[in-house]
Every structure is written in C-alpha cells, then in structure tokens.
Design a protein. Sequence first.
Length: 278
Amino acid sequence: MLENERYGEAMAMLRFLMQCQGQEQKQYDEWNALLQWLEAAFPQYADSGAVTDAVEEEVSEVELARRHARFKQEQDAGYGNKLLRMAMDEPLSEQTILALEQLSYLELPEIDDALLRWITEREIHPLLQFRVLQTMRRRGTEGTIEIRRGDEQAEIDIETVPLQPGDFPESIMRILERVADQTEVHEPTLFYFAQELWSQFVMAVYGTKDYRSMLVEEDGMPDIWAAALHQTVSESLNGNNNEEETRAIYGITDALRFRFEQAYRSMRLFVAAGMNTP
C-alpha cells in the first residue's frame, strides 16, 4: 500500500483498524505511531483515503472486516494458520468466534480444507459447529455435507446456512413472538432471557429433527416450542416447575403433551450441557 504511494488509503485503513477490538494494546500503539508519521510526512493525503468519514458510511461492515483480515495477512504470512489454531484448539469463547469471522475473508484454499475436515471428523460443540458452517458459507463453500449434530447425522446445505438472525425462517421467529405475547409486558426479564436462549438453541439444533419440527406450523408445533421455551426459562430463573400452568397458557392439550415434553427435554439438555466442549 505504501510502496504504491497510496498514503491516503493507508491512513484511512489505520484509522479503521484502531477502532477494531480484540487486539493487544501494543498493536494499537504501533498503528497509531505509523498513522501519526504518515499524517506528518504526507499531510496532502490525510483526507484522500478510500475510507474517509464521508465514504466510510457507504462501506459495508463486511468489506471493512475483509480489509482488516487481509491487512493482517499482509503483515503476517502465517496469520491464517494462527486463526485456525485459535478456532480449532482453544475453548469456545469470543476469541474463537472472532477467529472464525476473520477466516471468512482470507483467500487461502487450505482454510477450506481445514474447516471441512474439522467439522466432519471431529466432535465439537453444536454452537461452534454452526459458527463453522457460517464461516464456510461466507467463504463460498457450496453443496451439502453430512455431519454429526448431537445424537444424529444431519445433512446441511451450506449455501442456505443463515448468516444473520433475520435469515432464519419466519416460523422460527413466530415461536419467540408467542412467548413475547405472554411475557413481554408482565415478565420482561423472562422474555429477555428467552430471546437469548432461543437464539443459542436454534443455532445449536440447526439441521436436526428438532429444528425441522420448528418449521412445521401445524399440529400445534409453534405452541409446543413456545411453551417449552417459556417453561425452560421460567424454571431456570424462578425455579418454577409448574408445567401444567405453562401448558395451559399455550393451549397444550393432553394430546400434545408428549411432544411438549420432548421439546422441553431437548431445551433442558442444551441448558445443562452449557458451553462444555468434548
């Protein structure tokens, strides 16, 4: 970038990088020192970068993330391997997720092979599995793969893996809306935790028979899953074990009770497992 005398773009990139989180303070100090030197040495380019304040609003978050990842790769040829080790060998954490996001934007074919082997050959936490699937889709992976999801084999079409909460089918969101109708006003704390749990649970069971049952809008399935979510959160927060009351709220009849108990059991197992990875 500097060799081509793209000083303005270099300054803009450094300003962007200094706004990013997740780096050591030493790195920010080095970026700031370089930025100050560039601004002093080439003041005529200070406002001519590709990511100035006026243009920055027009640059998508994805493009900024891509620039950041490639900038890091230019600095360190082994950056991709470092990210892979961080994602694959360290416990599930925010840093793991950040590493996977960065891997989405590096143009290294070996990353695709490593991710595919990892998700098909190793037993990893369902939430981490889903994040890997998202990374594979962002990298342009196509086709269907078969992976172990919990206790079952699941076929996943990579090209349809949701990247944002809004990408999930409307039936998934309508289940949460049913809980909102019952709790948002009188039990806002319960609804807040219900939102969080539902988001995590849906990602963890994506592609499984539980997930497919959520897409069925007949036979009382939306009410069954809404009741299971409500009861799981209520029990976790308040120790409320009154399933009969919850079933009555959502109209779960005796004919639907068995399927409710199956859904409720799935959610309880997920909560009990927490974030522990094999």
